[in-house]
Ligand binder design. Structure first.
Ligand code: HMG
Ligand code: MG
Length: 304
């Protein structure tokens, strides 16, 4: 049992974007920067710092340029930003991020609600983002959302998601992150999705982006590990959601992921104690209790 685990995993931290985009109260720019610096202090090396989407659609991310300008650049830390179109890419380049991420849904209805376009129109719009982004020296990542289920359509055919993922990779994305956007996935389903994807795409080009709405994210990670997936998206203390996916709760908590990986002897390069402290910063920044399990229970089990 569990004999096929990788020795090292890369964690892609999404809380400053996927977490804070969903807060109803506006978080101050300096507080966002404080959170990102705490995450980098904990050893996170890939951080999605903000998004450059329409400020009318997601006002919480309107200060993306200021966030990026205020960040201390650190050797080995890649800051990324979510972008929907050419305007987003332009803003990301001006702000000086090293990486951008495009996003699209496997289901038509969620895609339309999220970006006001069909899947085909979105893929066409990416012609002005992915290739030009790579040509400008950026790394470009792609998200395929609602693969495990859509809040509007229910079941989603994974073959649709695979075809989209292949187009993103062919266009120049270095990795596609497969999204359980509303956290409905269960392990056997994850196994089926990964069997299909891994028969067509190399494992290092695939990441898992699991929301933990129903407490199944870590179980799905275990299936991913056994299948050879070595990149996982997570949000400190379980911040997160999607403003255009009703019912989407927080992402898998980074502390829960790292605690479990370290307990299984899998390296991440992250200091769990400092990560826990970053979770305290996240809670202070949003001014409410956050759901992560390790965040709430603490890192150690012995009373000191
Ligand atoms: P639209 O209204 O159809 O846009 O929105 P448009 O192209 O017609 O432009 C309308 C106006 O917006 C124009 O301004 C544009 O310049 C401006 P006006 O001429 O009226 O003054 N505009 C922009 N401004 C700033 N930055 C931009 C930009 N683009 C246009 N990049 C659009 C289409 C895609 C822009 C909009 O639907 C949008 O911004 N959607 C973003 C929604 C979003 O951020 N959702 C959450 C992230 S996705 C997610 O959370 C899932 C994920 O975590 C993975 C998972 O969990 O599965 C990634
Ligand atoms: Mg998400």
């Amino acid at each position: 049992m569990l004999t096929n685990l990788p020795s090292r995993v890369s964690v892609y931290e999404v809380s400053p974007r996927d977490g804070l985009q969903n807060e109803s109260a506006q978080v101050a720019t300096h507080a966002k920067v404080r959170l990102i610096e705490a995450l980098a202090d904990a050893g996170l090396r890939r951080i999605e710092a903000t998004s450059f989407v329409s400020p009318r659609w997601v006002p919480q991310m309107a200060d993306g340029t200021e966030v990026c300008r205020m960040l201390e650049r650190r050797e080995g830390v890649t800051y990324s930003a979510l972008v929907p179109n050419a305007r987003g890419l332009e803003r990301a380049i001006e702000a000086g991020v090293q990486e951008v991420a495009v996003f699209i849904s496997a289901s038509e209805t969620h895609n339309r609600k999220n970006v006001n376009k069909t899947v085909a129109q979105t893929l066409a719009a990416f012609e002005k983002v992915i290739g030009p982004g790579v040509a400008a020296g950026l790394r470009v990542r792609g998200y395929v959302s609602t693969l495990w289920g859509c809040p509007y359509e229910g079941d989603v055919d994974p073959a649709r998601g695979l075809a989209i993922a292949q187009q993103l990779l062919d266009a120049g994305c270095y990795q596609v992150s497969l999204g359980d956007t509303i956290g409905v996935g269960t392990p056997v389903q994850t196994g089926r999705i990964l069997d299909l994807f891994l028969a067509n795409i190399a494992s290092e080009k695939i990441a898992l982006h699991l929301h933990d709405t129903r407490g199944t994210a870590l179980a799905n990670v275990l299936v991913g590990l056994e299948a050879g997936i070595t990149t996982y998206d997570a949000a400190v203390a379980g911040l997160g959601g999607c403003p255009y996916a009703p019912g989407a709760a927080g992402n898998l908590a980074t502390e829960d992921l790292v605690y479990t990986l370290h307990g299984m002897g899998i390296e991440t390069g992250i200091d769990l104690e400092k990560l826990w402290q970053a979770g305290q910063v996240a809670e202070a920044v949003v001014g409410r209790e956050l759901p992560g399990k390790v965040h709430q229970a603490g890192v150690r089990s012995l009373a000191s």
